[in-house]
Design a protein around this ligand. Structure first.
Ligand SMILES: [Zn+2]
Length: 121
């Protein structure tokens, strides 16, 4: 096993969905190991993209995040062509209601409120 929780694996033996190939160095990484390594390739140090929920879970104390503005919904007020379909597709893909996640949380039980925003792409 290589440093950082990765290992060389024959791609033909990789079960679908459990492994990911590093786009930078070609290393095949077990997804669980990648999460334990904070989404950094142990072979080349490439930082993988994370969704907003995962990003928050790596930064904040467990169950400390309180989201703001959960009642707001994206609307196509300027009536851009195709925008409604794009919004629907992204909502389905991300399971989020907005393109930005905002809220407060704590780090190491620090009582000062933190304001974070995570742009969802
Ligand atoms: Zn890599």
């Amino acid at each position: 096993m290589a440093q950082g929780g990765t290992r060389k694996t024959n791609v033909a033996d990789v079960p679908s969905g459990s492994w990911i190939k590093c786009q930078s160095c070609g290393e095949v990484i077990y997804k669980k190991s990648l999460k334990e390594a904070d989404f950094v390739c142990g072979s080349c140090q490439k930082h993988f993209r994370m969704d907003s929920v995962t990003r928050l879970s790596t930064v904040l104390d467990e169950d400390s995040f309180e989201e703001f503005f959960t009642h707001l919904k994206t609307v196509n007020i300027l009536e851009f062509k195709g925008y409604d379909k794009k919004i629907a597709t992204l909502k389905e893909k991300t399971k989020l209601h907005e393109g930005i996640v905002t809220g407060t949380g704590t780090i190491d039980a620090t009582k000062l409120p933190l304001v974070l925003w995570i742009l969802v792409s």
